[in-house]
Design a protein around this ligand. Sequence first.
Ligand code: ATP
Ligand code: MG
Length: 409
Amino acid sequence: METLVLVNLFHELALKGQNRPLFLKKAKDHVQRALKGTGARLEAKWPMALLFRLPAPAWPEARARLKDTLGVENFARVLRTAADLEALKSALAQILPEERFQSFRITAQRSDKGFPFPSPEVEQVLGAFVKERTGAQVRLKGAEREFRARILPQAALLELERHPGPGGLPPGVSGKVVALLSGGIDSPVAAYRLMRRGAEVALVHFHPFPLLSGQSREKAKAIAERLVRFQHRITLHLVPFSEVQRQIILEAPKAYRVVLYRRYMLRIAEAIAKEEGALALATGDSLGQVASQTLANLQVVNQAANLPIFRPLIGFDKMEIKAEAERIGTYALSILPDEECCTLFAPKHPVTRAQLSVVLEVESRLSTDELIALALKDREVVRYTWPGQKPLPEAQEKAPIMEHGPLHG
Ligand code: ATP
Ligand code: MG
């Protein structure tokens, strides 16, 4: 048994002007890579959609993957019939016995303008058929069940179940960003937000090992392994931070520690960004969430770097961030206990209005260049790729691609 899966691409991809072909190609390649190893074969393609054929047992795995595939607006398991109303009726007759609903609607889309009936007529005919078979009421708004049919030049597709994708732009179309990844809830969401806008994100995590345990390092790895689903390959830089912290603790007023940690994190991240060819940094700061995230402190922290610093969560509250972390599957990892480098040596009463002059005075006594060089030298670089080579054995041989003519997403 085989299943057909229709993948509709993110609507914004159609609005890219001259870049449209490039964006669409990247999105399609990304979708195809996401299905690698499931036995999926590309059956047909249109400007804003792809049709795959895959072995029926691979559907749950394909569904789980497509839900995390950037550039996918939605996707559906579909039945293919001949492009005529009788064939669509018999396809409906086939699926109706398995369904229970009180209200429904039919949504038809005619991509073949040569088809003799306009969409409203297709909807009326099929609607009357379903009503007669089930006794359910047609409801155009808020129907319990929606049947979507697409009429193509040589075939029609009837959607059996539709699922939302994450939307967004495919990885890499916007260039590279280095994201600072703590073990907390916020920074994985910030990294994801940038991925969703087409940035290729490299991750940097600062850990207190060997001064403290390696827990936060393991956590960062687990989060990277989750985030790689959205980007298919990701690099994680694990940077030892205890020497930087030791010098700051010795030289700085207690209240200034966290602001100084952040400035060094940004400097090291900026050096990594240079290596990676990244044009910006990103953090999970949200305005006013904790003392280090007051406007005054963010401003002083910013002065340490030259690259722009993106903070996609700046206007989000904790509940909103938490909900998104749950959606993308990082929340459960972020709440695991760890020994994080900043909290452990954090002062009880951190400064909320840091002064640049104080910070600069402290830093004049620190060996900044050596600290950065040491951190870079001792870092570990881990690269993740996803999906794996062959999670399902039954890879199928290649078949020619059918062309159905234009179809709109
Ligand atoms: P998060 O939930 O992301 O840890 P937070 O609300 O705990 O954020 P802070 O601990 O003040 O806030 O950190 C602010 C931002 O600084 C983080 O979102 C992250 O981008 C960066 N950051 C903090 N600690 C680290 C770390 N150990 N390694 C890398 N980046 C860090
Ligand atoms: Mg944190």
